[in-house]
Design a protein around this ligand. Structure first.
Ligand code: G1P
Length: 900
C-alpha cells in the first residue's frame, strides 16, 4: 500500500488526502461558536456534543474511533439488493478495505469543513459528503451527493442512519441501559427526535428539556418515507451497525408520527427510491443537533431546509473562519507556511473544545485550566485583540488574596467557581502566566493603564495557599473577597500581580527555591508535594520579578516620584531591604504571617508606596534569585552544562550524571534562559547539552527529558509512563516551543529556529506523524503526532513566529520590527513576509535579504511604508508610532524592510 499524505491545495491551507481511512487515529474538528463540538474520522465516525452532559453522538476515545459505529452513516441499496455504506462503514467494505481494486476515497478539508468522496464500484456510485457546523447554530450538516457514473440508468434506495446517544458522557458506563429507559422518541415528517425525560445523576436527577435530533430531506424537498426510530428496529435481531438488517433486508419501517419509549434512539430513515440516469446526480441533506425544544428544532429546519441555503451557509462558514485566522506567512517553504495556518487556527479550536472534547483528550469534563486560559489569550492578542483587555481584567477576578487562584473555571469570562473540596491542589506555576499575558497586552496595545484598573479577588473556602480552609465562608457571601467590614475588596491589577509574585517568592522549600506543591506546568510531577521544589519555575518567577520591575519603572518614568496604593497587609511582604533572603525560616514565617492576616477577610486599608521603591525591591529579589540559582543549581560538565530543574520529595536534586545515565530535563533550561538566569556562556553550554542528550529530529526535536530509568514515586506519575510518551521524555511541543521562544529572546536565533523547524517538519512528515496538518501536543516515541489540535503549543508557536522570528511586535503600543530570520527562511527572491493585524490595521511586513545573508550578519538598511521612510532606533530596529499605523485604516499597508 502506498502511504497517502495530506497535500495542500490552496493558500488557505485546505488539503486533500487519498484513502484517509487507511490511517488510524485520524480525526477532524468541526464546531460552532455557540457550543456544538464535533469530530469526524475519515469514515465519518467520531462524536458530537455540547458539553459533558449533552452528547448528541456516543462519546468516542481514540481507541474506539476505529470500531465504534454508533455514529454517522448513509446507505444505498441498488436494485439487485446490494447494500453499501457511502462512508465505507459496512462490514463488507471494512473486510475488503485492503484488497486490490477496492473503492477509492478522498478527503478534502479546510478550516471547519470536511468533504469525503468515495467511488463505490459495486453500485456504480460516486458520493460526495460534506460535513460542517454553521458558526451560529448547534447543528451539524451533512450534505450527501450521489452520482451514477455508469452508463445505464440505475435505481437506488437511500437510508440515513445516525444513532442518537442523547445523554451525558458519564452514562457510557454509569447506567447506560437504565438511561435508555428515559428516552422518548418521536418520528416527524423529516426525521427522529429524542427528548429524554431526565438528566440522570444519582446526586440529584434533573428534568431534561434537550431535544436531540436527526432530520433529512432530498434536494427536491422530498421527505423520508419510513423511519427506524430505535436501534433495535434498525439493526434487527442479531444485526450490527455495519450490517443493519433494516437496510440489508428492506424492513418496512414506521411512518412519521410514531412514538417509542425506553429504547436506544436511532436517527434512521429511508428515502423513496431514486432513479439516476447515466451521469445524473441527486442530493440529500442531513441535519443533526441538539435544541432546547422541538419548536427550536423546527426553527433550525426552517433555516436549513434547502440545498441553496446549505450552500450559502457553507460558504459563510468557510469565509468566517478564513477571516478569523488573519495571519499569513510566506517564506522559502510553502508547506511550512500552510502548516502555520492550521497552527494559527488551533487556538480557536482550544477556545471552543477546551482540553477535553477530541478523541485523544478523553479526560476532564470540559472545563479549562487556569494556565490554558491565560496562554490562549496570547494568540487572541495577535488575531483579535479587541476584547482581550476586558477578558484579562475579568480573569484577574480569579486570583485569591493568598496568591493562588480559582481552578474551577466556568463558561464565559471571569466566571470562577468555588472549590468546596477539602484541601485543594495548588499548581505552583499558575501565578506566572497572568503577568506574561498582561505584558504582551501592554506591549501590543500600549494600554498600560490596565495595571491601574481594579478587579476583585476570588474567594471560596480555600485559604492559606492550599494549606488551610476558611470554615467561616458560606456560599451566600459570594465569590469575592470581603473586608472585615463586609465590603467587597477591589485592588488594582498591579496589586494582583504583586500578590501573586510576592506570595510565591516566600513559598520556598529547604533549598530556598519555590516549592513544587501539587505540580508545576508539568502536571505529571504530582508526587512531591511535601519536599519537592521546582527550580525551573523559580527561574521563571525570577524573570517575572524582573519584568514586573521594568513595567513599574515605565510607570514611574511617565510620572517620576509617583506613589500608588496597595493593600496594607502587603507591607509584611514588601520592605526588602530589611529582609535576609537567605533565611528560609524567616521567609516561611513572613508568608505565614501574611496568610494568617488574610485567611478570612482583609483589612481593606491601603498604604502608599513609591513606584521607584517598588521597582527596586522587585529588581533586588530577581537579582538575588538569579545569583542563588546560578550558584546552587548549575551542573557544569565541561563543554556542556545545564540547570537542575527539580528537587524530589526526598529533597534530592534530580538532574546530573547518575549511575543510570545522564539526567537532564528541558524545562529548567527553558526558564533559566527565558528568565535571564542563564548567562550567554551558559546558554551555549545548555544548547550543546540539549543537542547531545535530548535532540531527536526524526521525532520532532527536543525531548522533555532523558530516560531516568527509574519509577520515581518521589516525583510524579510521569515516570510511570513509558519513556518517550507524553510528559516522560516525549517531544512535548509546548515546552519545545517555549525553548525556542526563550532562545530567540536571548538572541540565539539559529538555535531557536532549529527547534521550531524540527517540530514543523516532524508534524508535516506524515509518514511518521500521521496527523492532519497542525501541531500536536507531543510526538510519541515513534514520532506519531498525539493529541492533535488542542495544545498551548499552538499559541506559543504563533507568538514566537510573529514576535521573535519575524520580530514584529508591539512596544508600548508602537510597532517594532526586529527580524531574527535565518538565511534559509528567505525565498528564492530573498523575501520573507508576514501579514497580520496591528493596531486594528491589516499589515504586511516584507523583509528583503537580496544578498542572502545569515542572521547576525545582516542589519536593517532602510524601511518604508508606501512612500514614507521609517526611522530606526539606537539599536537599529524600526519603530513605527502607533498613530502612523492607525492612519492606514482598514485598507492597511505594506512595510518593506531592506536588509544588508
Ligand atoms: C498539557 C496541558 C497543560 C500542561 C501540559 C504539561 O499541555 O494542557 O496545561 O501544562 O500538558 O503537563 P498542552 O495542552 O499545552 O500541550
Amino acid at each position: 500500500m502506498a502511504l497517502q499524505r495530506p497535500c495542500f491545495i490552496d493558500e488557505d491551507a485546505s488539503f486533500v488526502m487519498e484513502c484517509p481511512e487507511e490511517i488510524s487515529q485520524l480525526y477532524f474538528p468541526l464546531a460552532s461558536e455557540t457550543g456544538l463540538k464535533s469530530c469526524v474520522s475519515p469514515d465519518l465516525g467520531g462524536d458530537a456534543k455540547l458539553c459533558q452532559e449533552t452528547f448528541l453522538l456516543e462519546p468516542v476515545s481514540v481507541e474506539n474511533l476505529h470500531n465504534n459505529r454508533s455514529t454517522r452513516n448513509f446507505w444505498m441499496v441498488d436494485s439487485d439488493g446490494v447494500a453499501v455504506s457511502l462512508t465505507g462503514a459496512s462490514a463488507m467494505q471494512q473486510a475488503t478495505r485492503f484488497t486490490p481494486n477496492q473503492d477509492s476515497s478522498r478527503l478534502t478539508a479546510g478550516l471547519m469543513w470536511h468533504t469525503l468522496e468515495r467511488t463505490v464500484c459495486s453500485i456504480g456510485v460516486h458520493a460526495k459528503m460534506t460535513s460542517f457546523v454553521p458558526v451560529q447554530d448547534n447543528v451539524e450538516i451533512l450534505s450527501v451527493t450521489v452520482k451514477n457514473y455508469t452508463e445505464k440508468t440505475r435505481r437506488y434506495v437511500p437510508y440515513a442512519a445516525i444513532p442518537l446517544y442523547g445523554r451525558s458522557a458519564d452514562n457510557l458506563r454509569d447506567h447506560r441501559n437504565v438511561t435508555s429507559m428515559l428516552h422518548r422518541i418521536h418520528t416527524t415528517e423529516h426525521g427522529v427526535l429524542v427528548c429524554p425525560t431526565m438528566s440522570f445523576d444519582e446526586r440529584g436527577h434533573r428534568p431534561n428539556h434537550k431535544v436531540y435530533y436527526v432530520l433529512g430531506y432530498q434536494e427536491n424537498g422530498q421527505k423520508p418515507e419510513a423511519f427506524y426510530p430505535t436501534v433495535e428496529e434498525f439493526i434487527g435481531e442479531g444485526g450490527t451497525f455495519t450490517h443493519p438488517r433494516a437496510v440489508c433486508e428492506a424492513y418496512l419501517g414506521v411512518p412519521a408520527g410514531t412514538s417509542r419509549a425506553g429504547r436506544e434512539a436511532m436517527g434512521a430513515f429511508r428515502f423513496p427510491a431514486i432513479e439516476l440516469a447515466p451521469g445524473e446526480s441527486c442530493r440529500f441533506v442531513l441535519l443533526l443537533g441538539v435544541e432546547d425544544s422541538s419548536a427550536d428544532v423546527d426553527a433550525i429546519f426552517t433555516r436549513y431546509n434547502s440545498v441553496a441555503k446549505i450552500d450559502q451557509v457553507l460558504e459563510q462558514t468557510k469565509r468566517y473562519w478564513k477571516q478569523k485566522v488573519n495571519v499569513a506567512f510566506s517564506t522559502n517553504n510553502a508547506d511550512r507556511d500552510r502548516l502555520m495556518k492550521w497552527i494559527c487556527f488551533q487556538p480557536y479550536l482550544r477556545r471552543l473544545f477546551g482540553c477535553s472534547f477530541l478523541p485523544h483528550h478523553d479526560y476532564g469534563r470540559g472545563g479549562r485550566g487556569w494556565r490554558d486560559l491565560w496562554q490562549d489569550c496570547l494568540s487572541l492578542l495577535l488575531m483579535e485583540p479587541g476584547q482581550v483587555g476586558q477578558m484579562i481584567e475579568a480573569n484577574y477576578g480569579g486570583v485569591r488574596v493568598d496568591g493562588t487562584n480559582a481552578t474551577i473555571i466556568g463558561a464565559g469570562d471571569g466566571n470562577f467557581i468555588a472549590d468546596r473540596n477539602g484541601i485543594a491542589r495548588v499548581w505552583m506555576d499558575h501565578a506566572l502566566w497572568p503577568q506574561m499575558t498582561t505584558k504582551l497586552y501592554i506591549d501590543q496595545t500600549g494600554d498600560s493603564g490596565i495595571l491601574e484598573r481594579v478587579a476583585p479577588y476570588f474567594k471560596d473556602p480555600q485559604a492559606m495557599r492550599g494549606n488551610g480552609i476558611d470554615d467561616t465562608w458560606t456560599p451566600d457571601e459570594g465569590n469575592w473577597q470581603r473586608t472585615a467590614a463586609g465590603e467587597i475588596y477591589q485592588g488594582t491589577i498591579l496589586e494582583h500581580l504583586l500578590v501573586e509574585q510576592l506570595t510565591a517568592f516566600y513559598d520556598v522549600g529547604e533549598h530556598n527555591l519555590y516549592r513544587l506543591r501539587g505540580a508545576d506546568w508539568n502536571d505529571a510531577l504530582d508526587m512531591a508535594a511535601e519536599r519537592g521544589e521546582s527550580v525551573a519555575f523559580t527561574c521563571a518567577y525570577a524573570g517575572n520579578l524582573r519584568e514586573l520591575a521594568e513595567m513599574i519603572q515605565t510607570m514611574d518614568k511617565a510620572c517620576p516620584g509617583r506613589e500608588i496604593e496597595l493593600l496594607e497587609e502587603l507591607a509584611i511582604l514588601l520592605g526588602g531591604e530589611k529582609q535576609d533572603y537567605d533565611d528560609i525560616q524567616s521567609k516561611q514565617e513572613r508568608l505565614k504571617d501574611y496568610l494568617d492576616r488574610c485567611r478570612f477577610t482583609v483589612s481593606g486599608q491601603r498604604m502608599r508606596v513609591k513606584l521607584s521603591d517598588l521597582a527596586e525591591d522587585l529588581q533586588q529579589r530577581a537579582d538575588w534569585l538569579t545569583e542563588h540559582l546560578r550558584r546552587q543549581e548549575w551542573i557544569d560538565h565541561g563543554e556542556e552544562g545545564w540547570f537542575n530543574s527539580y528537587y524530589d520529595n526526598d529533597g534530592q536534586a534530580v538532574e546530573g550524571i547518575f549511575p543510570s545515565g545522564v539526567r537532564m530535563m528541558l524545562t529548567g533550561q527553558v526558564f533559566a534562559i527565558m528568565g535571564k538566569v542563564a548567562d550567554d556562556e551558559q546558554i551555549k553550554q545548555i544548547t550543546r547539552s540539549a543537542d547531545h542528550y535530548l535532540y531527536r529530529p526524526e521525532i520532532g526535536g527536543y525531548r522533555l527529558n532523558t530516560d531516568f530509568n527509574e519509577l520515581k514515586f518521589n516525583l510524579g506519575r510521569m515516570f510511570g509512563f513509558a519513556y518517550g510518551e507524553k510528559e516522560n521524555g516525549a517531544v512535548f511541543s509546548h515546552m519545545a516551543v517555549m525553548y525556542a521562544n526563550a532562545l530567540y529572546r536571548r538572541g540565539f536565533a539559529k538555535e531557536g529556529w532549529k527547534v521550531l523547524k524540527a517540530l514543523a517538519d516532524a508534524a508535516l512528515h506524515f509518514e511518521s506523524s500521521r496527523i492532519y496538518p497542525g501541531i500536536p501536543e507531543y510526538f510519541s516515541a515513534d514520532g506519531r503526532g498525539m493529541y492533535n489540535y488542542l495544545t498551548g503549543a499552538a499559541s506559543w508557536f504563533m507568538l514566537t513566529m510573529i514576535t521573535q522570528v519575524f520580530g514584529v511586535r508591539g512596544q508600548e503600543g508602537n510597532l517594532l520590527l526586529e527580524p531574527r530570520l535565518t538565511a534559509e527562511q528567505f525565498d528564492q527572491n530573498g523575501t520573507a513576509q508576514v501579514s497580520l493585524q496591528f493596531a486594528g490595521c491589516p499589515l504586511t511586513i516584507r523583509y528583503h535579504n537580496a544578498e542572502g545573508k545569515e542572521y547576525g550578519e545582516y542589519g536593517i538598511a532602510s524601511a518604508c511604508c508606501g512612500e514614507q521612510m521609517l526611522t530606526q532606533d539606537m539599536q537599529g530596529r524600526i519603530v513605527v508610532p502607533r498613530e502612523q499605523i492607525e492612519r492606514l485604516g482598514a485598507a492597511g499597508g505594506v512595510i518593506d524592510v531592506k536588509l544588508v
